[in-house]
Design a protein around this ligand. Structure first.
Ligand code: ADP
Ligand code: ASP
Ligand code: MG
Length: 245
């Protein structure tokens, strides 16, 4: 029996079809006898829309209130995916960052995860319940909500995979793997079957938003294999790990 963390990005959970696809991917793993914990991003462009709403009110929203606002995006997705899982007969529990025990340094808008306590996630898995963790957020020692920087749900997923010693951290997105360049911009881009942490880190730092750079750093440090794959079409995706193709 394997244990996977499966993270679904914004485009993968943007509507009811996406939520259903994600739920069925998780159900499929359970059907194979594997355990799964999910991490979700805000639906579609919701994070951008929330930022725009705040910007209509003031040019300088307080970083604290902006984090309170943006964290709601991931919270909605977590509850919706848990609702859909239960609707197809899979017991599930959504957990906000603080409920999953994600402790951050409190730097609003760009927080680092200091620790992921994770006991409620572990308990859920032991009880045969799928934990669905809101990505991109945690709390500091004072209980203040902070977000992890744009694209930060990838880092939540890798931190959770490290905590659970998961066999793989699967990043489900809207492309079928990591390419030599952004496949939406460069028709010559070639899909990679495997890519090393170092090369992936360089690509992420150069702006390849398919993975949050901090998620790659954390994966390298903790030895978490990451697999980037499409939530829309089956496939092997790209394995990000120690060995290069
Ligand atoms: P998600 O919402 O799932 O987190 P993102 O938009 O953050 O998805 O990342 C996926 C996008 O990253 C793809 O749609 C693609 O346009 C872009 N991208 C940029 N560089 C690359 C690359 N080298 N390989 C694959 N995708 C890339
Ligand atoms: N919703 C956040 C963002 O749009 C975090 C994420 O998607 O990973 O940046
Ligand atoms: Mg992303």
């Amino acid at each position: 029996m394997a244990l996977y963390v499966a993270k679904f990005g914004g485009s993968s959970v943007k509507d009811k079809e996406g939520l259903d696809r994600a739920a069925r991917i998780l159900a499929g793993e359970r059907h194979k006898g594997n355990q799964v914990a999910a991490v979700v991003s805000a639906q579609g462009d919701l994070t951008d829309e929330l930022i725009a709403k705040a910007a209509q009110l003031t040019g300088v929203p307080s970083p604290r209130e902006l984090d309170q606002l943006l964290a709601a995006g991931e919270e909605i997705s977590a509850a919706l995916l848990a609702i859909r899982l239960e609707a197809i007969g899979i017991p599930a529990v959504s957990l906000l960052g603080w409920q999953a025990g994600i402790l951050t340094d409190g730097q609003h808008g760009d927080a680092h995860i200091l620790e992921l306590e994770g006991s409620r996630v572990v308990q859920a898995l032991a009880a045969g319940v799928v934990p669905v963790v809101a990505g991109f957020q945690g709390v500091d020692r004072l209980g203040e909500i902070s977000t992890l920087g744009r694209g930060g749900s990838d880092t939540t997923a890798v931190a959770l995979a490290a905590r659970l010693r998961a066999d793989e951290c699967r990043i489900y997105t809207d492309v079928d793997g990591v390419y030599t360049a952004d496949p939406r911009l460069d028709p010559e881009a070639v899909k990679l079957d495997r890519v090393s942490y170092d090369k992936m880190l360089a690509m992420a730092r150069a702006g390849a938003q398919v993975l949050h750079d901090r998620s790659v750093l954390l994966a390298r440090r903790c030895g978490v294999p990451i697999r980037v794959l499409s939530s829309f079409a089956p496939g092997e995706g790209t394995l990000v790990g120690d060995a290069e193709s």
